[in-house]
Write a protein that binds this ligand. Structure first.
Ligand code: F6P
Length: 546
């Protein structure tokens, strides 16, 4: 089929999806549930330890059928095949995106042999580093995709670490460096510098500060014993002073934001042990198998991607709130901001033409119940609905429960947490109409005048979409399932919008201009800068303490 025929077919499928809007834009979720006692069963799906409930979205069978037709017209199945086959799916950089080979013990991709050898070295290094209290702290230095995955994993699985605390340093800010090394014993501290290019200014500035910190306390010769590096540019890491034996390679076919499964996860292997790191890879691999084999209509990443298209492109909701009801997953929204917005925040197709539709909704989020006391007011009563995505680990942290902490105890707290999760989804969906609000105020004993005055404030429009993802429990395996789910969902969205999810040219310009603005701050010469940039630099110079 010619590419013109392909794009005509795709456009026709988009229009079929958009035509569903007229039927469902004003549909009432309450009515949809009332009309169909099987709605929950029809719009939910389990795979392994993951459960997806998408019944509280304003969809019906016809809308899903139209969305699946779009998935077929966009050739999701073909792109999925190309992804796993190691084709150059990242065409603007001429690269494959083979992160799935990193977690497939039986991968026959030619790249897999190198990946396996490096992971064996990661295991050996982590075992050594964990031996007999050699290190009490590992400080991971990196930024973006070279940090967010390991940081999320270490925070999510913190109760699983045995005595080694992982800290993370990304921002190029002296205050952040001071926080990262506060109270550390240099003798017991390992720094892991992660940078694919080993040229990222922020990471290198922090790595140099860490090198000075070690050298200043233990002498220059100690640097070699207290640093490891993970990079696709091993020569640069060696020139920095890190011995070859502590340099771990990753390759151009592993994108930064998909790299947790490579040696980039070294910090995880050191902090919570190589066995648990391997379990995380096994979870991700299990999800890969599901994504690869399940029909599109029973495929978790595909369904999640189609829901974003529905809520974003069809219903016009330009943001999505990700609310983990689990503090250990507090970093999930930030991780997804990079994964989804860096991957798909693009305006041109693979062919360089205008996409013509909105891509990459803004991801916001914070853990529940905290989020209920910050921005949920807007979710419930603001004029622009924001679909919510709740992510919940059903079983609590086993070790915390075992410890039998004082107070109400983790089990009691979890019961409260989960009750709030259910209540929020229900409240967003049901809302509270005028009659219900009046009845509630009458029950509170309010006067007729007060009821009249307060009524508009106490009505909830409801009918606000939410999706819930349950994990059976939060352990390395289930975290692997969850993160691979989001990786593939992001890829499918890229296919639906016809954008390349694996490049990130949009981060280039600011990096380039920073050289000129650094000079401007130093010498104050405005040169070709606009009056605002030059004026700000003048003010900063004037207010800087010498
Ligand atoms: O944010 C842009 C980016 O290129 C990310 O894609 C990448 O993960 C990050 O910077 C860090 O780059 P590097 O690993 O080369 O230091």
């Amino acid at each position: 089929m010619s590419s013109q025929t392909d794009s005509r077919r795709r456009e026709a499928a988009w229009q079929t999806v958009e035509r569903q809007r007229a039927r469902l834009a004003k549909a009432s979720l309450r009515a949809l549930f009332a009309a169909d006692s099987k709605r929950f069963a029809r719009f939910s799906l389990t795979y392994d330890g993951l459960f997806l409930d998408y019944s509280k979205n304003r969809i019906d069978g016809k809308a899903i059928a139209a969305l699946l037709r779009l998935a077929r017209a966009a050739d999701v199945a073909g792109w999925r095949k190309r992804l796993f086959a190691g084709d150059l799916v990242n065409a603007t950089e001429g690269r494959a995106a083979l992160h799935t080979a990193l977690r497939d013990p039986a991968s026959r991709a030619k790249e897999a042999a190198a990946a396996r050898a490096t992971l064996a070295r990661v295991r050996a290094f982590a075992d050594q580093a964990r031996r007999k209290g050699r290190f009490t702290h590992v400080v991971h230095i990196g930024i973006g995709g070279s940090l967010l995955g390991p940081k999320l994993a270490c925070q999510a699985l913190a109760p699983e670490t045995n005595g080694i605390e992982a800290r993370f340093l990304s921002n190029v800010d002296g205050a952040d460096f001071a926080r990262a090394v506060r109270g550390l014993d240099p003798v017991k501290t390992l720094f892991v510098v992660v940078s694919k290019t080993f040229t990222t200014e922020e990471t290198l500035a922090n790595a140099r500060a860490a090198r000075d910190w070690i050298a200043g306390r233990l002498g220059q010769a100690a640097v070699a014993r207290h640093f490891a590096a993970v990079t696709a540019a091993p020569d640069r890491a060696e020139a920095f002073g890190i011995p070859r034996a502590a340099i771990f390679e990753f390759w151009d076919w592993v994108g930064g934001r998909f790299s947790l499964w490579s040696a980039v996860g070294l910090t995880c292997a050191v902090a919570f042990g190589p066995d648990r790191f391997a379990q995380m890879l096994a979870g991700a691999h299990a999800l890969d198998r599901h994504f690869r084999a399940a029909p599109l209509g029973r495929n978790l990443p595909v369904l999640l991607a189609l829901l974003d298209v529905w809520n974003g492109n069809v219903l016009g909701h330009r943001a999505r709130a990700v609310i983990p009801y689990d503090s250990r997953l507090a970093l999930l929204p930030e991780y997804l901001q990079q994964l989804e917005m860096e991957s798909n925040g693009k305006s041109v197709t693979r062919e360089g033409l205008a996409v013509g539709r909105a891509t990459a909704p803004v991801v916001v989020g914070a853990p529940g119940t905290d989020a209920q006391h910050t921005f949920f007011q807007m979710l419930h009563q603001g004029p622009d609905p924001v679909p919510a995505e709740f992510v919940v680990a059903v079983s609590g942290a086993r070790r915390a429960q075992d410890r039998g902490e004082p107070g109400p105890g983790p089990k009691t707290q979890r019961a409260i947490l989960l009750a709030h999760l259910l209540a929020q989804g229900e409240a967003l969906m049901r809302g509270r109409n005028a009659a219900e609000a009046r009845a509630a105020m009458r029950a509170e004993g309010l006067s007729a005048a007060d009821i009249r005055r307060l009524l508009p404030h106490r009505v909830f429009p409801g009918n606000r979409p939410s999706t819930t993802i349950l994990l059976r429990r939060l352990d390395p395996y289930h975290l692997g399932l969850l993160l691979a789910l989001y990786e593939h969902k992001t890829f499918v969205l890229g296919v639906l919008w016809d954008v390349n999810s694996f490049d990130q040219w949009g981060v280039e310009l600011g990096k380039k201009l920073a050289g000129g603005t650094a000079r401007l701050l130093k010498d104050g010469k405005a040169g070709a800068h606009d009056s605002s940039t030059a004026g700000l630099a003048r003010k900063i110079r004037a207010w800087s303490t010498p």
